[in-house]
Ligand binder design. Sequence first.
Ligand code: SF4
Ligand code: SF4
Length: 133
Amino acid sequence: MTKRFMVRPALCIGCRTCELACSLTHQEGKTPGRTRIYPLAVGKEKWVPVACLQCDDPACVKSCLVDALRMNEELGYIELLQERCIKCRACVAACPFGCSLIDEEQEIIVKCDLCEGNPACARFCPTKALEYK
Ligand code: SF4
Ligand code: SF4
């Protein structure tokens, strides 16, 4: 059975450990990468972790005219093929959750790849606001 990435906003304490884990996992060259997840403050001591939900009917995939995005059926995540990407940013505009992101420093598009089956954010989240199981 394919594992699912689960987000429970009620458990998020806004510690940003997920950001750190993501950034250090996705090193571009020798520098930490653009984080693919972040806690959004939505009120007094309330946060919503914003992360790619690997949608069943993904707007990003439909928006890409060069097939640079596709569902990796084996690992259950939407894969971005950098070698095909022409950086048109259509997927960035299309994602309703703001989870197809621009790495301005590296001048590439990035999105969550669930760390190819072992997401660091979920492993290090201290409250289990994020789980992959
Ligand atoms: S690591 Fe977990 S508790 Fe901390 S900000 Fe991220 S989702 Fe929230
Ligand atoms: S930026 Fe890249 S991945 Fe996104 S829609 Fe354009 S070609 Fe596809």
